[in-house]
Design a protein around this ligand. Structure first.
Ligand code: ADP
Ligand code: GN1
Ligand code: MG
Length: 368
């Protein structure tokens, strides 16, 4: 996809230590193009992460990189005070002209981070202890940013988790039928419209002040936290493009959506897709241990709703993109977004069936 010459030239625009050796693509993630850069610094191997920012999704790279550079510097300083930031957080490397990102001749936007060494990310897991640790890792990240000034953050994607507005966008996509696919997804469209009330369940409470806004990550899917390869301890939260004011219910929920499913996000056989209650309980435990004291009683009570609403929202976003002709998420084949949408709706349906159990798990974890 990218030639050796162009990546060498782009890497050369950044102020990086060592001599460039080559690059390798990192294939997870639906939004940005991520590459590992290999350098040698006085004979020692040195690596970086180079990302081509998706400017269809992030329309204002200036605001985006301002958020990212401010929050990464803030987290770095706090971790230094707490014993060390090395390999524990993202650090932005500037260009040779001192900018936080580089725009190439074709107008593509690039940034460089430190490469988190000896780490691994998971798209799916079944180990409850590991998932509990993911909750602690995301929880620690939320704590580190809990006193970051909210008004210093721009909105990188306006109304990113405004589920009610996303529903309006979905209805418009159905109406417009831009890709001519409407008749191939009638059951999925009906699944959404039958649940129109779900779409404003959280946004109403945010808007009337019943739920607080917090500095949240907004994309806490499992592969956005890196674990140490040897110890399996969480080491670093990545994918910081959507750090903005939001609801912790969405951060809790997105981690459940992605990490407590028994099957991959793009599993074609939906009979394999369930919510694993053991994983759900493990995450609830870790989340309450990490953040419980800061949460309001209503936030805790509504954790299952957070999981359901974000899973529903994500499925609706995949379906919207399918209807619009795959203009947002990276896809590998024409029905990829439809397949993803079906797994999300299977999860929502499973949550609905097991609603009482989800609430009981939260109540019991809270009383412990
Ligand atoms: P996207 O927005 O496309 O999801 P991410 O920022 O999440 O992009 O990066 C994609 C993947 O690359 C991550 O899920 C993670 O596995 C890996 N990755 C990202 N940043 C780093 C880093 N600094 N060090 C090591 N791996 C990383
Ligand atoms: C995208 O960037 P990535 O792949 O971690 C998306 C999330 C979705 C997720 C679904 C900026 O996450 O909102 O929940 O795909 N990120 C953006 O897998 O839209
Ligand atoms: Mg990601």
């Amino acid at each position: 996809m990218f030639s050796k010459e162009e990546i060498r030239a782009i890497a050369g625009a950044f102020d990086l230590k060592g001599d460039y050796l080559g690059f390798a693509p990192v294939i997870t993630g639906h939004i940005n193009n991520t590459l590992r850069l290999d350098y040698t610094d006085n004979g020692a191997p040195k690596r970086y992460i180079l990302q081509n920012i998706n400017t269809t999704v992030f329309r204002d790279p200036e605001v985006l990189m301002q958020n990212v550079s401010r929050t990464t510097a803030f987290v770095y300083d706090k971790l230094q005070q707490r014993g060390g930031a090395e390999n524990r957080c993202l650090v932005c490397y500037p260009t040779k002209t001192g900018k936080t990102y580089y725009t190439d001749e074709q107008g593509r936007v690039w940034r460089v981070y430190n490469f988190i060494e000896n780490s691994v990310s998971y798209d799916l897991l079944s180990d409850e202890t590991l998932f509990y640790k993911a909750a602690k890792g995301f929880g620690e990240y939320a704590n580190l940013l809990s006193d970051f000034p909210m008004d210093a953050l721009g909105e990188t994607i306006p109304d990113f988790h405004h589920t009610a507005k996303r529903y309006q966008t979905f209805l418009a996509a159905v109406e417009e039928n831009a890709a001519g696919r409407r008749d191939t997804c009638r059951p999925e469209i009906d699944f959404v419209t039958a649940r129109a009330d779900v779409t404003h369940a959280i946004t109403d409470l945010l808007e009337n002040g019943s739920l607080p806004l917090r500095v949240t990550h907004n994309d806490t899917k499992l592969n956005n936290i890196l674990f140490d390869r040897d110890t399996n301890e969480p080491v670093c939260v990545v994918d910081l493009d959507t750090v903005m004011p939001g609801s912790c219910l969405y951060d809790f929920g997105d981690a459940i959506r992605a990490g407590a499913s028994t099957a991959a996000e793009d599993e074609e056989d939906v009979s394999k897709v369930h919510l694993d209650l053991g994983l759900f309980a493990a995450y609830v435990k870790g989340f309450l241990e990490a953040a419980g004291d800061a949460l309001t009683p209503l936030e805790i009570e509504l954790l299952p709703l957070g999981a359901k609403v974000i899973t529903f929202e994500c499925g609706m976003r995949f379906l919207t993109d399918y209807l619009q002709g795959d203009v947002y998420f990276r896809t590998a084949y024409p029905t990829h977004n439809l397949v993803r949408c079906r797994t999300q709706f299977a999860l929502v349906a499973d949550m609905e069936r097991r609603w009482d159990e989800l609430q009981r798990i939260v109540r019991e974890a809270q009383n412990r």
